[in-house]
Design a protein around this ligand. Structure first.
Ligand code: SF4
Length: 401
């Protein structure tokens, strides 16, 4: 991949992350690094057989195919964590995804279950854009500008356990890309009974509640617009600037305070790519993940989470040309499994999510071999104090949507 194809924030992220990875993720040695794919596949399959129901392997949709082939369950982050929590016999949960997902699995699983991330370098650049110190500072700053009792913090599941704990302690909730609208309606209205709610924009005017949403500004903006809010109702909090760049007027006026974060993968999609695809095909259908910018989402025919995109592709008429704005491994897998459709990733030079991509055959074989000898490498353990508040925030989400 040429230098031009690497976004600037990826570079910054990796410069910061490389040092951490060197400290945390040990070299695997030549037994794994020099092994052929065929040898590694055989090793992993054999370890899986031996461990039987003591082990469950989870694979996020964005993982590579050679890893996905070993997953007992594929899905998005929440679906996988919920699945893990139901596998009471499984002593070991090998999570082929990124760190915040393994943390969520550790929070939701029982104490006898050990959650393992095959490569500790598999973080998430979006989750890293809102660290707990910056969020604590933001909370203090916002409390200088508006009545903080009216501010409900909501964090996207793509965030650290520390943030989920913060949200839990401040009467907020976690959300996913599937249930963000329901969680925002709950935050602004204070009611879980969504069916009885009149227009949420009117409700928010009466309650004067606000949502502080992190780390992804795009998911929040796209969801708010879908609910009927507009640009006047939002302000972006930039953690690099004093007071986040807010003043009393903007903080008081806004219903949404959006953390200045984004996904490095989904921000690569743009309107020109959509127009190009539509120009090429008469029956084009555009599907976009809500982590894409609002301009992209506005031009899409179908907007939804990875699961929603998969369902929409499954329901498409044969012969349809589908352009998808989400991570390329998922798009390529959909194209391979739906030979009666024409499926393309909208970004022709799309690179995969680089951190998801760190989970590979050598790392998977290494952790599985360890388990055969009762050695647990790379266990993800969330501190009990953090776990308590984070679980509160996750349980609150599950009770709402
Ligand atoms: S696709 Fe984006 S949000 Fe998902 S793990 Fe990668 S960087 Fe994070």
């Amino acid at each position: 991949m040429g230098d031009q194809a690497v976004p600037a924030d990826y570079k910054q992220f990796f410069e910061k992350k490389v040092n951490i990875m060197l400290k945390l993720q040990r070299r695997l040695g030549s037994a794994y690094e020099a092994a052929t794919d065929a040898e590694l596949v055989e090793r992993i399959a054999s370890a899986k057989d031996s461990l039987a129901d003591r082990l469950v392997v989870l694979g996020h949709h964005y993982q590579r195919d050679e890893v996905i082939q070993f997953a007992d369950k594929t899905g998005d982050s929440l679906a996988l964590s919920r699945y893990a929590a139901q596998q009471h016999n499984a002593e070991y949960v090998v999570f082929c995804g990124v760190e915040f997902m393994a943390e969520a699995a550790d929070i939701l699983t029982a104490s006898h279950q050990k959650v393992i991330l095959p490569d500790l370098g598999a973080g998430c650049s979006m989750a890293d854009m809102a660290d707990i110190d910056a969020v604590e500072l933001a909370w203090k700053e916002i409390s200088q500008l508006t009545d903080i009792d009216n501010v409900i913090p909501v964090t996207y599941i793509n965030s650290s356990a520390a943030l989920k704990n913060f949200v839990g302690r401040h009467n907020g909730a976690v959300c996913t890309s599937s249930n963000a609208a329901a969680i925002i309606k709950w935050a602004l209205s204070g009611t879980k009974d969504q069916d009885s709610l009149p227009d949420i924009v009117e409700v928010a005017k009466k309650t004067k509640k606000k949502v502080l949403f992190f780390p992804d500004q795009h998911l929040a903006r796209n969801t708010a617009y879908r609910l009927g809010f507009n640009v006047e109702d939002e302000v972006v909090y930039d953690p690099e600037i004093e007071l986040g760049g807010l003043d009393q007027e903007s903080a008081e006026r806004s219903t949404f305070i959006l953390w200045k974060g984004h996904c490095s993968v989904h921000q690569r999609f743009n309107v020109a790519q959509i127009e190009n695809f539509r120009n090429r095909y008469d029956n084009a259908v555009i599907m976009a993940h809500p982590e894409c910018s609002h301009e992209v989402v506005e031009k899409a025919d179908i907007v939804g989470s990875t699961d929603a995109i998969i369902k929409a592709v499954n329901a498409a008429k044969p012969g349809t040309h589908i352009g998808i704005a989400t991570e390329v491994h998922l798009v390529n897998r959909l194209a391979d499994t739906h030979q009666d459709l024409y499926i393309e990733c909208l970004d022709p030079v799309m690179c995969p999510c680089a951190t998801m991509n760190r989970i590979d055959l050598p790392h998977l074989a290494w952790v599985m071999d360890g388990l055969l000898e009762d050695t647990v490498y790379n266990q993800i353990i969330v501190d009990e104090i953090i776990k308590e508040g984070a679980k509160l925030a996750l349980d609150r989400m599950l009770s709402i949507a």
